[in-house]
Design a protein around this ligand. Sequence first.
Ligand code: IVH
Length: 704
Amino acid sequence: MPTNIRIIQWLKVLCLALSVLTAMGSPATDQARIIELRHELARQDDLYYRKAAPEISDAAYDALKAELHRLENTYPDFKHTNTAVGDDRTGGFAKYRHLEPMLSLDKAYSNAELAAFHQAMAARLGHEDIVYRIEPKFDGIAVSLTYENGHLVRAATRGNGAEGDDITDNVRALCAPPEELKAVTEDAGSLPALIEVRGEIYLGQEAFARINREREEAGEPLFANPRNLAAGSVKLLDANALQARHLDLVCYGWGAIEPADARPATLGEFRQRLQAWGLPMVEEPLTAVGWEALLDAIGRMQTARKALGIPTDGVVVKLEAVAEQDQLGLGPAAPRWAIARKFPAERVTTRLKAITWQVGRTGVVTPVAELEPVALSGSTVARASLHNAKEIAALDLRIGDMVWVEKAGEIIPAIMGIDHQQRPADASVYAVPEECPVCGTRLVINEEQAARRCPNYDCVAQVAERVEYFASKSGVDIKGLGPATVVTWVERGWVRSPADLYGLKREQLLGVPGFGERSVDALLAAIAESRGADWPDVLRGLGLPGVGSERARDLAHAVNGLDALIAVDLESLVKPENAGGAGFGNSLARTVLAHLAKPQVQTELKALATAGVGTSVSGGKTLATEGAFSGEVVVLTGTLSRWTRAEATAALEAAGASVEPRVTKRTTLVVAGENPGAKLQQARERGITVLDEAALVARLGLEM
Ligand code: IVH
């Protein structure tokens, strides 16, 4: 190769290298980063919205979003119109085209960004004294409820903003929104011919914690946060699974309203209507005039939202006057008259002192991070859950590490990551136990679920957990009997199963340091009283594998009383007319039976029956088999005049029926109120008996 050509080639390489170097932080790299971020966020949106299985924490997602936001603002020309609000549409649902688009909200990640929003509002409206409304930003699943002449006709997801999934049946089953809006007598005009009410379906923090606790005990993977659980629930296609979940609804806005003059003039007025109509909303409204007051109100809302028991991830600021909202209009992806002030999840760093292993009721052994106590979101955190050994390995966690702790769903502390720079030289690898930390039995390892289980049914830890569970609110609710007392009794060998509680002697208990006559007598009275606990509570308290609180209620219908449970066979568990078929598929039924067949379990159940618990013999109450609706599987449709849907359900259940959300093969009766929906049609097609309200009331033995 001639020398001059070689020189030219070298020069080319040099130029390329130089251009790469100078491109760092240049428009070209920034714009490439914008594309990359959009791509990554779209992927994360897909995981989050459609699969309900995000890969990164909300904080990490928000950081990417904020970076994109910054870059897009630096290159306004490059900021193409982005109508993406995610897309949650999935197969298995009919589609619904929203009459008004269901948009997203612009986000402000700092007060500076919020100030820019306020300045833009002031410039557009021509004054600074803007009236704002400040609301919590609920962290659930957006839903649009269509009411026609006050009747609920549809519930839909946001979808891509223009078209969503029709999830009417699921929403009815999950959160029973009012089927009928209450008319406002003094202002009949305020019940519009049509309204799309916009709101959020969410899972309360307590329910979230309970579900995860149950999953943890069963060795099942945990939900990352309440929103994922809600997102998964609204898309459930399995009626049985649906029946076991209960979510809540909160309303905050509207889409289409007909006639147009039925639109409210202010958000305050809209709230009054929501309340009058009987739609759920949150009691924490705030308004503010001007910038200073806005900041102050946001600060107050930031504190108030924590006490709501509802997952929130920020505060929404909206223009109060609807005329001003109209003046500003909508952008491609979000209204111009509102913004969400997002706050990063509170996160602190602290030191990991140790990893201990805890044995649960079913023997599942889970790691617990013991932390240097640290203040986080209003409480002191000294322990965090670590789900399983795989997770510890994935985090590459060592004893002595400085770790980031966040509250998942703002309630359970979780370790989100490690500050590798601060790892001490002597940080030690923890040991995964081969043996039960309590009784020393060799653990059984389930690789698939990354779970370890102590197979020793008599392991003191398991016994104490079982007795505690039986005595807890989830079971027969023995007031005043706490975990520490149970552990003492189990350790002394007095209590080996729940039945032993009923044989405890006064003198025996008085011998325990710290227990005086009054506390012992109160405890014994509470234990005696629990003999009369309702059968479903007793059954739940037994904590059968795979039988959480909701399924226990269904099982209690199929297997009525402790004697029946002791003698139960496979057929009666899986027979579709039993248990409302509620989840007692073959495999669950077999799991339950295998458990019941264990000699220790049989002995315990018989002892409990002898103690007079959960049997009809003893004054302990079993379900009303003689109820007017015993054995019936009932579906409700339309509105009843004397009851809400929840009240009617309770009345029917008390009379022995099991109430289900949909007409299926199992359905034996349909109760049709005013304006019944498609279920009435389905009932007729299937030849199912239909009762109207008068017939229902009569059969319940009540007067109309
Ligand atoms: S108003 C046109 N108010 O947050 C959109 N939305 O990230 C106006 N959200 O799509 C929505 N709490 O699903 C509004 N108090 C609130 C909200 C709220 C939660 C949701 C909603 C929205 C999403 C945007």
